[in-house]
Design a protein around this ligand. Structure first.
Ligand code: NCD
Length: 360
């Protein structure tokens, strides 16, 4: 199914040249913000935040306001008709009809793609469950480009909740499209990087290794990407508390790192970086959040100017076949076409990337 609008659901739906264009525009806006102060005059951005957010929501909002546009939306679905039982399709249809661009964050995997299927304007994925977060990755890429001067040949450490952290999934998918990057995945066995992300890294020609030890990995890194243990994605508090505080970045551990290693974090931080690390000049996570506003300005502008169409579903609906992932949007919004790519006995859900083996 092809939509008549440009959407950003997954960065990898777009070519690397498109991302690079956004990064360059972001840098240009950063240098001359006043030149863009009226670029979106008369345009309206809708924001549907079904999940809590500080940076993503407010940086999108400030981005639109700094471009001269205006904003509508909710940050708590309980104050909208969602509380009365309205489905995602209807809410999206209505708010996208009021808006020129729609930004959506949702706790369910695949929700942004589902929204784009019915939207009457471009849709931007601001995080779909533990799946993807493409605009955080644009933020991370702009930070790396400005602070390291390159997006290739880097040794990238990813530490924390690599299973449920959508930011690290999008980041690996994107950074493995630039040559010679090496990933060191630092996590417990329970919170290891999903297999499908590791396959993408490998298929893109980059390399990775997995380790439990932050102390052993840190001296090798050009960038350390710390993440929060995603409490809201755990089945029980018991499982969360078993993982919490496994990794805490301290000034002592920073002593083991290269002089020019940078520390990023999508934020919010809970306990995984000690406050004392904030004073280290290599700690760039607050600066990173500001880069996010500029790259989102570039994205909004680009989406509003583009006339591109988007291929949303290219697979097949198989009679009686459902996605086995209980967190997939197709298991919550039953009207959605349950579309899978893949051939033979292996199918891949087009909303959440879950694999399914067909039995014959
Ligand atoms: C992240 C998110 O929402 O995925 N935050 C953000 O957007 N900057 C990371 C997190 O919540 O841990």
């Amino acid at each position: 199914m092809t939509s008549q609008f440009p959407h950003l659901i997954d960065l990898n739906d777009h070519p690397v040249t498109w991302w690079n264009g956004l990064l360059s525009l972001g840098q240009e806006i950063m240098q001359n913000p006043m030149l863009y102060a009226n670029s979106c005059r008369g345009k309206i951005m809708g924001t549907l935040f079904y999940e809590p957010s500080t940076r993503t929501q407010m940086s999108f909002q400030t981005a639109m306001l700094r471009l001269g546009g205006t904003i509508i939306g909710f940050d708590n679905p309980q104050t909208s008709s969602v509380a009365k039982g309205e489905n995602l399709k209807d809410t999206t249809k209505i708010v996208s009809g009021y808006s020129d661009v729609l930004v959506i964050r949702h706790p369910t995997v695949g929700a942004a793609k589902a929204a784009a299927l019915t939207a009457e304007c471009p849709v931007i994925n601001a995080g779909d469950g533990g799946h993807l977060h493409p605009t955080q990755t644009l933020t991370d890429l702009l930070t790396l480009k400005c602070e390291k001067g390159t997006l290739s040949g880097l040794t990238i450490g990813l530490c924390g909740d690599l299973l449920n952290g959508r930011t690290v999934h999008s980041l690996c998918k994107a950074m493995s499209c630039y040559p010679n990057n090496h990933f060191i995945m630092i996590s417990t066995k329970e919170l290891a990087m999903p297999h499908y992300i590791k396959s993408i890294i490998h298929a893109n020609g980059c390399t990775y290794e997995e380790t439990f030890s932050l102390e052993e990995a840190i001296p090798k890194l050009d960038m350390l990407y710390m993440t929060r243990i995603q409490r809201e994605r755990f089945a029980s508090d018991e499982e969360y508390f078993a993982q919490k505080d496994t990794y805490i970045l301290t000034p002592q551990k920073m002593k083991l790192a290269k002089k020019d290693m940078i520390v990023l974090h999508p934020l919010p931080r809970v306990d995984e970086i000690e406050i004392a690390v904030d004073d280290d000049p290599r700690a760039l996570y607050f600066k990173q959040a500001k880069y996010g506003m500029y790259v989102r300005m570039a994205l909004i502008l680009t989406m509003l100017q583009s006339t591109a169409t988007t291929e949303l579903l290219s697979g097949t609906v198989h009679k009686g076949v459902c996605c086995p992932n209980p967190k997939c949007i197709t298991n919550q919004e039953y009207y959605l076409p349950k579309s899978f790519t893949g051939t033979g006995t292996t199918l891949v859900c087009e909303y959440c990337d879950e694999r399914l083996l067909l039995e014959h």
